[in-house]
Every structure is written in structure tokens, then in C-alpha cells.
Design a protein around this ligand. Sequence first.
Ligand code: ZN
Length: 322
Amino acid sequence: MSKSSRIVTEYGIKIGGKTKMKIGYRCIFLAIFVMMSFSFTANAQAKKLKIYISADMEGIVGVVTGDQLSPQGFEYGRFREFMTQEVNAAIEAAFAGGATEIVVSDSHGNGESLLIEKFPKNVTIVRSWPRPLMMMQGIDETFAGAIFIGYHAGTTNSEGVRAHTISSATLADVKLNGLSMPEAGINAAIAGQFNVPVIMISGDDAAVKETTDLLGNIEGAVVKWNYGFHSARTMTPEAADDVIREKVKNAMGRLKDFKPYKVTTPVQLDVRFKNYRPAELLSYLSIVKRTDAHSIRFQGRDIIEVSKFLEFMTNYESGLTP
Ligand SMILES: [Zn+2]
């Protein structure tokens, strides 16, 4: 309190002397400065450091095909465990590195893959869909950094296990301002809207390379090396957890190095569908322009509007219940 109250006093006298303000105004100014310095002190005492973790599954150790990725796959149960362990490795290292609060978004498939009972008590988990901010729901400007676990390469990348963007079944390209984007890029831009930098990513070699090429010098944990869409040489789960722990530790140790990824506004979204009819029907809306037989364009005020459009586009069907 000592330093700031001295400044308040000096400032108060100066203002008073110069403008001959009445005592009442001076008291209000003093009260405001005292309240501000109190809140700074309170913040410094709490030392809050929030970390956001977005978790996907294609980039989890050992994942190579649909057998690991959906409840119908014979290996899904075990790979949910591995996914949960990798997120837990990141959580442990983030807390050890000074994090005080962590939000995890369960962002693969049905959004119900993580085993929430295996997380520490001071973690909260975002589950299921739809969500306006997609794989980044729950992020805001109070977070110090974002971590991507189990991420995969984008749909225009000819390398990478299960490389796709948002939907492997329906989308052939997703561009922001003319640049083809993997999910990591779209999600980094959403974090960037809130001034939150991405600090670390894990996945196969293609996903890590693609994301570090786009975002710069973030920490990358390679847990497998792709041979193609459905094959890879993989680490064991325990070894993957170790490398994730190490890279999150490094990232937490140099938080100030990372810059939020910003896309210029307004944001032009171009989507190329694998099929023909989505582009035809969406172009009935006056906010959507059909740019060719398979493609549409939407302009959003910012990445948040674009995120909502994408979530609507990929979730809406007229038979929705309830
Ligand atoms: Zn994904």
C-alpha cells in the first residue's frame, strides 16, 4: 500500500492546487485511487494463473484408425484412458509450473471422451456439443495460455494421422482470410481474440510441424510419427506422458515468450465441402455467397462470429430433437 498511497496523495494535491477542485471531488478521486490500489494488491496476493487445455483424440499416442476414436471402436475404452492420462500429464506440469486454475475442453467426437473422475479437484471440464466457441468453449481474457493435446493435422495437409479439419466426412478445406487452416489455427485465432497465446501442442509429427509453422516457437510434443492417414510409429503411453509433461513444463517456464495469434478483421471464411448440396442450400442465406459448386464464403465481424457460423453449419439439421 505504501508506494501507491503516496502517489495518490501527491496526485490529489496537484490536481487540487491546479484546478481548485472542491474537497468533495478530491475525496471521490482519492476513494477511486485507494480502491484501485486495493484491487491491485488483492490480485497480486491471489496470483491467479489460469490455463486452458483443449483436448482432441486423433493426436493421442497410438491412435491410428477409427478403432480407437469412437464408442463403436474396439479400442476406444483403452484410448479414452490414454487421452485422459495425456491431459493429466499436461495438468500436472501446468500446476507445477504455477497454474492455479485449469479448464479442460473435451473436444473430440461426442465431447464425452475424458474420464473426469481422474482429474484433480481444481479442474473443470467442458463437455458435449454444440458450443459457440467449438473446441475453445470456456476460454476468455482471464487465461494466461492455451494448450492443445491430442491434435491432428489439417485437411489440406497430405501428411498426418487422420488429418482433417472439423469434419473428415464433409469438409475439404477451411480458410480464414484466404489461408487454409487446421483446427489448431482456428482455435489459436479464437484464443487470440481474448489475447490468450497458444503455448504448447501435442500430436503426431505432421500436426506439431504444421502448428509450429503457423504459430511460431510454441512447445511441441511429438508422440508418434505418421506414415499416412491410417498408420504411424508410436511411442508408448507412458513415454508420451513424459514428453508432454516436459514440453508443458518448458512452456510454463517461458510464458512471456508467446504471442496471441490474431487474424485481421473482418474475417473471411471460405469452406469447401466434399459434397455439392451443402453449398447449394447454404447459399439460400443472404449472408452466404456460393463461390463455386462445392464452396461457400461467409464474412464474420470477428473470429467469434466465424466460430458460431462453423458450429451452426456443422451441427444444424432440420430433424434436431429436443
Ligand atoms: Zn479434431
